[in-house]
Design a protein around this ligand. Sequence first.
Ligand code: NAD
Ligand code: ZN
Length: 379
Amino acid sequence: MSTAGQVIRCKAAVAWESGKPLSIEEVEVAPPQKDEVRIKILFTSLCHTDVYFWDAKGQNPLFPRILGHEAGGIVESVGEGVTDLKPGDHVLPIFTGECKECPHCLSEESNMCDLLRINTDRVGMINDGKSRFSINGKPIYHFLGTSTFSEYTVVHVGQVAKINPHAPLDKVCVLSCGMSTGFGATVNVAKPKKGQSVAIFGLGAVGLAAAEGARVSGASRIIGIDLNPSRFEQANKFGVTDFVNPKDYNKPVQEVIVEMTGGGVDRSVECTGSIQAMISAFECVHDGWGVAVLVGVPNKDDAFKTHPVNLLNEKTLKGTFFGNYKPRSDIPAVVEKYMNKELELDKFITHTVPFSEINKAFELMLAGEGLRCVIRMDT
Ligand code: NAD
Ligand code: ZN
């Protein structure tokens, strides 16, 4: 029997307050409205961005909230005006959108859609500002317009990438944020030339996807920087050639890298969220041509401080959301790269847990263990 047009009661993991384990609750999910799609989530994974907004130490605390933004699922029903998606389509919800009409969407350079760009403080749908989730009539907030820690979620059509139905959703779900972000940050934004050196700050899943981008670009040297020494063993398998732990030196890590490389790296990609690492990532690039790309999500009060002469010396500082990919136009082709074995994803998925054990995924990330933990919704 079709559930279209009806309220669906299903399980969701609700964050009631900052830093407290999520609790699995029965929630009501309203039908999708104009330009919205209701998706049955099959697999979701945990990205560090979820953890920042869950512990809310450096971010606005907005609760109760259904977190989650890296996922794969199947369209259950569509709202008024939705023509390019239909029930049964396999999709990845994406935290930043593409309306296809604004100056950003029409620009080849930008993925910062005017209507649907990432907004971490938005707690309702764009249409009416209201939530589609409730428990006994009390609204539960959305997160990034995706809220994938729920068996069903409602997403704006501009934040949904329709993908090859043969792609395994338990693998390609990680392209919905982390892997596309890291890989794209290198290949679309840092753009290392063959034979150049690349420094990657932070060797979690996003950083190692950035390293993968450096490897396929033909980088001669990939220097991985992390404070957690257990990251180095794993990073070896991702083509990282040199390792630096800032804790092993009594001088700033940028100085160590400049010395190691005889003047600085050609490119650097920061995937930590630490303001200190962001500054180091910029200051360690070579003058004259070096490019640094920031990817990590900073705390809300962070400020980037460097001497302007670094810029005068022709070092370039950039930043990117979602690796500069346009979610609807570009992600289906990235999924095809995986299908054609041009991009590896399986090695990023180090853990899998049933939905009932979603808090384990948080524990693993807080302990710095593993890369991506995929959460299976059907169990
Ligand atoms: P993760 O926790 O798996 O990995 C982060 C790594 O950075 C860890 O290994 C940690 O030890 C290391 N680290 C922390 N501080 C460091 C420092 N000062 N110097 C060196 N290493 C340090 O996280 P992840 O899921 O891979 O995400 C990485 C970052 O990317 C997060 O900040 C996340 O919010 C951000 N992110 C950004 C986007 C975007 O579109 N810009 C998308 C996804 C994730
Ligand atoms: Zn993410």
